[in-house]
Design a binder for this molecule. Sequence first.
Ligand code: SF4
Ligand code: SF4
Length: 145
Amino acid sequence: MPSFVINQKCDGCKSHDRTACMYICPNDLMVLDTEKMKAYNRAPDMCWECYNCVKICPTQAIEIRGYADFMPLGGVVQPLRSTDTIMWSVKFRDGELKRFRFKTRTIPEGSSVPDAGFESSSDDLKSPLLRTEPASNGLDELAKL
Ligand code: SF4
Ligand code: SF4
């Protein structure tokens, strides 16, 4: 089942143009009804159920069915992000509620070093190597056939 918005929870991100779910959807599916200030999925058939919009929504207004490989049918799953963790709440058909919290980063927000400190330049586009190779492989040079 594709993403769907619970109207009572959606506040339109208090925005008049681009909302969080519109920003994050890789398939450009989420749109905002600017009269009602509610978002909706305009093409459910095209939804990959990637969970991006579910995870970014600040009001937990978007739901998608849980995949059968991590929860039984009929359950409801909802993620809640913080700056360095994500907590998944799973509500089962019998009403039991379980919560799982995972760390999402190991360094403070905003402290990532571009290219992990390895040198790179636009000349890399002409190289058959991947960006930052061979140094990021811990090598001076990659082996040749
Ligand atoms: S991210 Fe959530 S609150 Fe914001 S517009 Fe989308 S559904 Fe509504
Ligand atoms: S689940 Fe993914 S593809 Fe579907 S609407 Fe949300 S962000 Fe877009």
